[in-house]
Design a protein around this ligand. Structure first.
Ligand SMILES: C[S@@+](CC[C@H](N)C(=O)[O-])C[C@H]1O[C@@H](n2cnc3c(N)ncnc32)[C@H](O)[C@@H]1O
Length: 284
């Protein structure tokens, strides 16, 4: 652990990084920087030394991290797109792969940047997808939907901190079943639903298992949520785009659901590891 003595921040950073590295933490440099920034707090870019209390705080974080707890769950924050999002035991930590969903939507809507665009972030968790889009499209409005009241509290907190509450509606709902929802008011729906096969849950890394089961388990074949979403949309007169995060395992299942439900696949995009990750669909 780091000795409690007056050390320059640069030295504390090196020590933290080296401890993480020695203990096989994947991105020791990145995590050490996040830890130091977190402990330093905001607006302290000129701070050159840390108090003993702050060093103690770093040691506590390192201790938990070395036991396998994800850093984001320890400090209750995770960077996504251009912001930091609060997260906790009730929310899935935002993932870098999901940024591809934001990127795909902005590619489509940037040319209409100032239009009044309404959309739904379905299965919103921390709200990272919808809030990132709201920030980029200044006249857009988002309805955030999640079944978990606890997750919705975090979504609301993030909206509040990013000053996006006035352009947000928050609905606790089992997918699209809330009677207050008018689908045709929306230009697009974006969703990253749970899609892990139930039998694969136990194979997930110890770190991923810190995310709530409700955010991961997609049923026997991983497709339960996609089936419900298509079924519910087919019962409305929704004519618009649907952007879904997928896993390569559910790609064919989702493709077939689209074909069976009068919808057309516009593209499938891959993630940084060249795995199918995003599917864009239009209901006609
Ligand atoms: C994979 S997480 C996605 C969270 C966030 N959108 C993201 O990409 O980081 C799935 C979310 O779906 C929510 N969820 C699970 N079942 C649901 C349901 N029946 N209706 C609405 N949301 C649900 C979970 O609470 C969880 O927040």
């Amino acid at each position: 652990m780091i000795a409690k003595s007056i050390l320059p921040i640069a030295k504390i950073f090196e020590n933290t990084r080296d401890i993480l590295k020695k203990n096989n933490i994947n991105q020791p440099e990145v995590e050490a920087k996040i830890i130091i920034d977190y402990v330093k707090g905001g607006n302290t870019s000129f701070t050159k030394i840390l108090s003993n209390t702050k060093i103690q705080q770093i040691n506590t974080i390192i201790k938990k991290r070395l036991k396998g707890e994800p850093l984001s769950k320890i400090i209750k924050q995770k960077g996504f797109w251009n912001d930091i999002f609060y997260t906790n035991e009730n929310t899935l930590d935002p993932r870098a792969d999901t940024e591809i969903l934001v990127e795909a939507i902005l590619d489509d809507y940037n040319s209409m940047k100032n239009n009044n665009i309404n959309f739904i972030d379905l299965c919103s968790g921390t709200g990272c997808i919808g809030l990132s889009i709201l920030k980029e499209l200044p006249n857009s409005h988002c309805t955030f939907i999640d079944i978990s009241e606890e997750a919705m509290k975090i979504n609301q907190l993030n909206a509040d901190l990013l000053k996006l509450t006035t352009r947000s509606n928050f609905l606790i709902s089992d997918l699209l079943t809330n009677p207050n929802l008018n689908m045709n008011d929306n230009d697009f729906i974006v969703s990253n639903p749970p899609y892990i096969k139930s039998s694969d849950i136990k194979k997930l890394s110890f770190e991923t298992l810190h995310d709530p089961l409700l955010s991961l388990d997609g049923g026997m074949d991983g497709g339960n949520y996609y089936r419900s979403i298509f079924k519910q949309l087919s019962q409305t007169n929704y004519k618009g785009h649907l952007y879904l995060e997928i896993d390569p395992n559910v790609r064919d299942l989702v493709t077939n659901l689209a074909l069976d439900n009068n919808a057309k696949i516009l593209y499938i995009k891959r993630d940084y590891l060249k795995l199918d990750r995003i599917i864009k669909i239009i209901f006609i």
